[in-house]
Design a protein around this ligand. Structure first.
Ligand code: NAP
Length: 327
């Protein structure tokens, strides 16, 4: 019997699917991730791992996992896995595309609206007893309706954000690696350079994967190019933003605010300067966090494992081992 290590309790039928396929399943029951020692110990025997973004899988761990045939990440981003090292070791790495973009786009929009209209500040003030009368000047924000939205990275999530922006009457600009004029036309999006996007946008929302090419894509020069009232929304990965430069931009008023679902590190320590700004909204990496989507993501990860352990190619590979390990 093959043995699958699942690094946290996951929603939906994923574990059932694995058991129905005849595999032994061990689910890490802790609230916190298993940590590198436990991961190493469990993967010593495991044929497959269902991992989360909180589980780093690098060459050392792979070398210590002689039976491992697939690492199925329950996420579309897989920067926690060294996919090339996995391929070299004969191990498939997989992700969960196509099922979480609408849910993540919803959160990007929720953050945009929250930051633009002081939703979180207003809630906090209400609970603190600050709501004494209707005030003509309190908590004034900026209108998303009719504003210009800049989307950086026009992939699945970026496109889903663009569709939402239509309903808000927004002018939508996009800067992406591979411009696709047909897609841009269909979405009513104007393809521009990153610099032009930053100069013209009232809201800038990031939807690129994290990697060497996108690390600190938003740095001092980019913040300087933004409007002083513009709000940055980041639901991509924390490392796409140079966080020190962001703090500086907020401190000097170079930008109007930020709404972040992802940070470096995660969780963001409570003494971090980003918490000091009232015009910053922070959520704990919940972009894909709806009941239905998280269940579907876990089930997809299970389906990738089931395929590999049956000797097939997984449906959602992010690498291609030249010599995949076999049972
Ligand atoms: P996707 O469909 O792969 O789209 C990514 C887009 O970014 C592609 O259009 C890609 O261009 C573009 N891109 C890549 N490198 C770029 C660069 N250097 N400059 C400009 N554009 C670049 O991915 P997705 O599903 O939209 O997800 C995007 C990211 O969101 C994921 O990688 C993940 O890290 C993050 N995410 C976060 C959460 C959350 O919970 N907060 C949830 C889901 C995803 P090409 O067409 O040339 O490849």
């Amino acid at each position: 019997m093959s043995y699958v290590f699942v690094t946290r309790r996951v929603p939906g039928r994923a574990v059932e699917l694995l058991r129905e396929a005849g595999h032994g399943v061990d689910v890490w029951d802790g609230e916190m991730p298993p940590g590198s020692d436990i991961l190493r110990e469990r993967l010593l025997e495991a044929d497959a791992a269902l991992t989360l973004v909180t589980d780093p899988v690098g060459p050392d761990l792979l070398a210590a996992a002689p039976r491992l045939r697939v690492v199925a990440n329950m996420a579309v981003g897989y920067d926690n896995i060294d996919a090339d090292a996995a391929a070299a070791a004969g191990v498939w790495a997989t992700n969960t595309p196509g099922v979480l973009h609408e849910t993540t786009a919803d959160l990007a929009f929720a953050l945009l609206l929250a930051a633009a209209r002081n939703v979180v500040l207003g809630d906090r003030d209400t609970r603190d007893g600050g709501w004494r009368t209707w005030s003509p000047t309190a908590f004034l924000g900026h209108d998303p309706f009719g504003a210009t939205l800049g989307i950086v990275g026009l992939g699945e999530i970026g496109r889903a954000v663009a569709r939402r922006a239509r309903g808000f009457g927004m002018t939508v600009l996009a800067a992406t690696r591979t411009p696709r004029p047909g897609v841009e036309r269909e979405l009513g999006v104007e393809g521009v350079s990153l610099t032009e996007l930053l100069e013209r946008s009232d809201f800038v929302t990031l939807h690129v994967p994290y990697g060497p090419e996108t690390e600190h894509l938003m740095g001092p020069a980019e913040f300087a190019a933004m409007k002083e009232t513009a709000i940055l929304v980041n639901t991509a990965r924390g490392g796409v933003v140079d966080q020190d430069a962001l703090v500086e931009a907020l401190r000097t008023g170079a930008i109007g605010g930020a709404a972040l679902d992802v940070t470096v590190p995660e969780p963001l320590p409570l003494d971090h300067p980003l918490y000091e700004f009232p015009n910053v909204v922070i959520t704990p990496h919940i972009g894909s966090g709806s009941h239905a989507t998280r269940a579907r993501m876990a089930e997809m990860a299970a389906e990738n494992i089931i395929a590999v352990l049956a000797g097939e190619e997984p449906p959602n590979p992010v690498n291609r081992p030249p010599n995949p390990r076999s049972a």
